[in-house]
Design a protein around this ligand. Structure first.
Ligand SMILES: [Zn+2]
Length: 130
């Protein structure tokens, strides 16, 4: 079970909901056809277009965590929704692998984290193996 108090969980929940809003808004911008069109018309070509979008996303996104927003916004949204569900279920802040509490510092940086740093590193090492 979560080691965090209802008050702390509420704070994480608000934080996650804010991030969710930012992500959802950015997704609309990135997919918005009218925006793409006006930028294409203005610049006359598409070179540098993706760089510009990456910059814009970074500007909107001054939260101090990095979840690869531009490359997979939808997946990030799923992670946020998962975290919100875990708050409701009372399992938020517990590592899914080793069942140890995830430190608050990590959750402040990565509110949707489902693994502790050790298990996260382990998982990434597994993935990087040929
Ligand atoms: Zn763990």
């Amino acid at each position: 079970m979560s080691k965090y108090s209802p008050k702390e969980l509420e704070e994480f929940k608000i934080r996650l909901q804010e991030i969710r809003r930012v992500l959802a808004g950015d997704l609309q911008n990135i997919e918005g056809d009218s925006l793409n069109k006006s930028q294409r018309d203005a610049s006359g070509d598409l070179s540098g277009y993706s760089f510009h979008m990456a910059d814009a996303a970074t500007d909107n996104f001054d939260l101090e965590f990095n979840i690869g927003l531009a490359s997979n916004g939808q997946q990030s949204l799923n992670h946020i929704d998962d975290a919100l569900r875990r708050i409701d279920e009372g399992t938020y802040g517990v590592c899914e692998d080793c069942s140890k509490p995830i430190p608050k510092k990590r959750l402040m940086a990565v509110p949707h984290a489902r693994l502790c740093i050790k298990c996260q590193e382990h998982e990434e090492n597994q993935k990087n193996r040929p």
